[in-house]
Design a protein around this ligand. Structure first.
Ligand SMILES: CC(C)(COP(=O)(O)OP(=O)(O)OC[C@H]1O[C@@H](n2cnc3c(N)ncnc32)[C@H](O)[C@@H]1OP(=O)(O)O)[C@@H](O)C(=O)NCCC(=O)NCCS
Length: 197
């Protein structure tokens, strides 16, 4: 049976159709069983658009093999699925960019975490899930005393994501090319996260 809040808060006749209670977004580790779901999300136009500026791209992340990615712990990337009432709606990848073996971030100091985040089903965009899942992840990151800041690298063209991250307290560090991708590096310091209103 649905909780009172959820029946009030969702659906076309809901009292608060555009928002999600903080309690309804839960995080769990991704497993290999999530590979088909993530592969399906990679076909969504908004996921493709956040992974590449190529207007002809038909799949996000160059058609990554999710079963391989999720089962290969050597990458030292942690994938986390965000769920609303048991339905997977988003995913985040978290790593220590200093030690991550592919050295995607190049020379970067220790004491950081890097996060990628995206919502899968388009009907879950813009309903507060992204804010809730990132807030929980940022709390987890900063719960580790050695973490001084969190960095992200949205495409420079992804201005909607920049607004989203700015609202969470991230500040722009500058544009940077990651291989062929023109990105905007943004950083959230522990001080800004702990001092937020
Ligand atoms: C960025 C993202 C994770 C935010 O999650 P969300 O649940 O949509 O965000 P919330 O509802 O908490 O906040 C809404 C904000 O996200 C922004 N947003 C970013 N990308 C968006 C997209 N493709 N579609 C709709 N909204 C998007 C909205 O513009 C909105 O900000 P605004 O009110 O200033 O316009 C999500 O929109 C998303 O997955 N976007 C596509 C993938 C992406 O850009 N990921 C980040 C790349 S690093």
């Amino acid at each position: 049976m649905e909780s009172g809040w959820r029946s009030l808060g969702h659906g076309p006749r809901a009292a608060y159709p555009d928002c999600v209670s903080p309690d309804t977004v839960t995080l769990r580790p991704a497993t290999v069983a999530d590979a088909p779901l993530l592969a399906a999300w990679d076909r969504q136009p908004h996921v493709i658009a956040c992974s590449s500026d190529d207007p002809d791209a038909e799949v996000a992340f160059d058609g990554i093999d999710w079963a391989d990615e999720l089962s290969n712990s050597a990458y030292e990337l942690t994938y986390v699925i965000a769920e609303v009432a048991g339905e997977p709606v988003g995913v985040m990848a978290v790593c220590d960019p200093h030690t991550e073996p592919s050295h995607y971030w190049g020379e970067i100091e220790p004491g950081l975490r890097a996060i990628d985040a995206w919502i899968g089903p388009p009907e879950w965009l813009n309903r507060g899930v992204g804010t809730r899942m990132m807030t929980q992840m940022l709390d987890r990151c900063f719960a580790e005393p050695e973490v001084k800041a969190v960095v992200i690298d949205p495409l420079n063209s992804n201005v909607a994501a920049h607004r989203f991250y700015r609202r969470l307290g991230f500040r722009e560090e500058g544009r940077r090319m990651f291989d062929a991708d023109d990105c905007l590096v943004m950083r959230l310091t522990r001080q800004d996260w702990e001092g937020r209103a």
